[in-house]
Design a protein around this ligand. Sequence first.
Ligand SMILES: Cc1cc2nc3c(=O)[nH]c(=O)nc-3n(C[C@H](O)[C@H](O)[C@H](O)COP(=O)(O)OP(=O)(O)OC[C@H]3O[C@@H](n4cnc5c(N)ncnc54)[C@H](O)[C@@H]3O)c2cc1C
Length: 329
Amino acid sequence: MINIQTCIVIGAGISGLLVASKLQANEVKVQVIDKGRLPGGRMATKLMGEAVFDHGAQFVTTRERVFREMVEEWMSQGVVKPWYRGPLGNMRYVGIDGMRAIPALLAGNLNVALSEKAVKLHFEDGKWTVTCLPHGETETKEYTADFLVFSTPVPQTMDLLATANVELDYDEEEELKRIQYRRCISVLAQLNGPAGLPNPGAMDLNHPVLRWIGDNSVKGVSSREGSVTINSSSRFADAHWDTDPDTRAKMLLAAAKPFLKSDVVEFVSHRWGYSEPTRLYKERQPFRKTYLLDENLRLAMCGDGFGGPRIEAAAMSGLALADELTSPI
Ligand SMILES: Cc1cc2nc3c(=O)[nH]c(=O)nc-3n(C[C@H](O)[C@H](O)[C@H](O)COP(=O)(O)OP(=O)(O)OC[C@H]3O[C@@H](n4cnc5c(N)ncnc54)[C@H](O)[C@@H]3O)c2cc1C
């Protein structure tokens, strides 16, 4: 077991929250830092008046026993419910109050600093100092710990590491630089009536512009009728990343119109720069680890770039890392 008394976890997405929870349960003093206003990262839920929209991940699936048990526990706590079975027969579960309810539950037991962006790192005498810039402020804050975990998308981790006075092993660094992510543009649209999407109120699309249309009302997340999430294809996101936000949202709405039975009265859009990894850490190596651990530099990395492009895989990456950090051998 690596001796860890105090740990900073950068990122309060599912992977970071699970590492933090498990370390804290093993007597480590943990500080989680996230630049977002709320915990959850890509498990995000947004309100527009009375309407509620999941605008990042839309559902969670379970393949591994450990994670299935975790989801069952969340169901028994009234946080998660089954939605419908996907094409391969796997149940798709959702947060009862939206997907963010899951990270909100996990964060409730942790020390999480929100709206604080980690901007600089320093490693000296076995201790990490993370300098953060709180949102809307000019004065920075510092946190110090004897171990550091990154649960941020890998390109963001690499940008942060470039500010530190340390160098990773050359091969590790080259491997990490190869991990890239797809982009996605989401539009949250409130309609003036029912969306009229076929049962179960969502469509996984193989369409040049659209990847997903889901009705948050039928899903049971929004009490208002016709609250629709529209996620673009990565091809559309790449082509229109820098298009004016109103124009690109209207292009997505035009593509979605044939699928919707009511008209749009209000919408907002959001760009996801790191929606899902297209290549994973050491993807081609047999028996690869789903996290990175550098004991000399007293740092580790986890998340979907290590586990795979789904909530469960990101969660399992965080859990595997925590197991290694707390295992007695
Ligand atoms: C539009 C969309 C749809 C998706 N649909 C699904 C789906 O239906 N089902 C599914 O299983 N998966 C889906 N995914 C993928 C899933 O959401 C992710 O794989 C998973 O949530 C990743 O979790 P994570 O902990 O690895 O990272 P994240 O959730 O990205 O957490 C990383 C955190 O790091 C924080 N951060 C980054 N930089 C800094 C910094 N410098 N300082 C402080 N904090 C920082 C971020 O704010 C973020 O909260 C979808 C993703 C997107 C974007």
